[in-house]
Write a protein that binds this ligand. Structure first.
Ligand SMILES: CC(C)=CCC[C@@H](C)[C@H]1CC[C@H]2C3=C(CC[C@]12C)[C@@]1(C)CC[C@H](O)C[C@@H]1CC3
Length: 381
């Protein structure tokens, strides 16, 4: 396979943009309050730059060149996506930006934490381990796994704003001694080889233009005998690229979730082996017979209501709930209270949520393909 061309990294350019767009909002109390404090001009520039990849590019007539141009700018695309989406995620979901399985009566934050603990347990993270979290978001999973295992965790992220928020929360929770956040592109990591005892990635490596590329980097920085565990976003092997309806679902997910190229389960399995790993376990966890499906909080269907406490969670994703939220957002944008392009971003996320649900119901997509893989003890550097 031809190696993926890496995007040139420019950390001082990114830091300057972060300062211009987010100003002091990384210190804000939460997602909503942070959302209101953006610089309008920089926010609009980010919206234009992000949506240039998607506007007027329907699945019906998507060309190879469209996909290749997104892959070529994978790092910018993802960085801008999280510049635009982090506050919305934090406000609407929480500090752990991933899906999870649901046991009977389990609340979102409990289920999220359990999903994180499960991965840590499957990897076998121990108290004295040096661990890497690839694509750490604002550090929700790293804080949880640090508390659960006692390990030291380094979070890698290419978005400065997310690093600022992750650092703030680690300090607030008194976990700064166990956590460190590093800026960088996971396709070209700056860590020396054989640095970490374990590596995990939670719904993050889907942002890579090539899974073999990112898995090879993970392999390089893992110590021989070290373990990598991942929850991967993948199209199932039922996905048929010649089917326009299937392509529409994949493209909707990619556009609304900042993904340049999402691949199938078979391709991920081939990629992890090609990177050199011994695959010890792999399973699509979305297939487990759970009390409620992973997508119930974004489906807007009251049939999944576990208790009255779910009313708001489900209600906001119904047609009425979305209409209301979007009218309020539109009004705020018009009055200059929310930065320009907020509504466009939220609409794209909502459309993606529909594709995520359709993808799950039609058995075309999973956000929790678990793979546990080991770097052989006798691996050469
Ligand atoms: C993008 C990747 C790889 C992972 C993020 C997974 C999830 C945390 C997000 C995927 C769709 C998101 C939506 C929301 C929160 C975060 C997600 C579930 C909202 C519910 C936030 C509130 C908005 O009003 C609606 C959003 C729909 C999509």
């Amino acid at each position: 396979m031809a190696p993926t061309k890496l995007e040139h990294e420019d950390h001082s350019r990114d830091a300057a943009f972060n300062k211009a767009m987010h100003k002091e909002s990384s210190m804000a109390a939460g997602g909503f309050s942070a959302m209101m404090r953006k610089d309008n001009t920089a926010h609009k520039a980010a919206v234009d730059e992000y949506f240039k990849h998607w506007d007027n590019k329907a699945a019906r007539d998507e060309t190879t060149a469209d996909r290749e141009s997104r892959k070529a700018e994978y790092a910018t695309l993802t960085r801008l996506y999280y510049d635009l989406g982090t506050d919305i995620y934090e406000y609407g979901w929480g500090q752990s930006m991933h899906f999870c399985r649901f046991a009977y009566g389990e609340r979102l934050h409990q289920a999220i934490a359990r999903h994180e603990h499960y991965l840590a347990a499957k990897i076998g993270i121990k108290g004295d381990d040096k661990v890497l979290d690839v694509g750490c978001g604002i550090g929700g999973p790293a804080r949880q796994i640090a508390k659960f295992t006692g390990a030291h965790i380094t979070g890698l992220n290419n978005n400065d704003y997310q690093i600022d928020r992750a650092t703030l929360y680690a300090q607030k929770e008194g976990l700064a001694h166990q956590l460190e956040f590093v800026k960088g592109d996971f396709m070209q990591m700056s860590f020396p080889e054989n640095t970490f005892d374990c590596v995990y990635a939670i719904e993050a490596t889907v942002h890579a233009p090539s899974l073999e590329g990112v898995y090879s980097q993970i392999y390089r920085v893992l110590k021989p005998g070290g373990v990598f565990g991942v929850y991967e976003w993948l199209m199932t092997d039922k996905y048929d690229n010649s089917n326009e309806h299937h392509r529409k679902i994949r493209l909707g997910i990619e556009q609304g979730d900042g993904i340049s190229n999402m691949v199938k389960i078979s391709e991920a399995l081939a990629a992890i082996k090609a990177a050199g790993f011994e695959l010890e376990l792999h399973e699509d966890l979305s297939k487990r017979p759970d009390a409620a499906p992973w997508y119930y909080p974004i489906a807007g269907e009251f049939k999944y209501m576990g208790s009255i406490l779910d009313f708001y969670l489900i209600g906001r994703m119904t047609k009425f709930g979305r209409g209301l939220a979007h009218s309020v957002m539109g009004l705020m944008e018009m009055l200059g209270l929310a930065p320009s392009g907020t509504m466009k971003t939220a609409n794209s996320m909502a459309a993606a949520a529909d594709c995520l649900v359709a993808g799950a119901k039609e058995d075309l997509f999973t956000p929790m393909y678990l793979m546990i893989a080991r770097k052989p003890l006798n691996a050469k550097a």
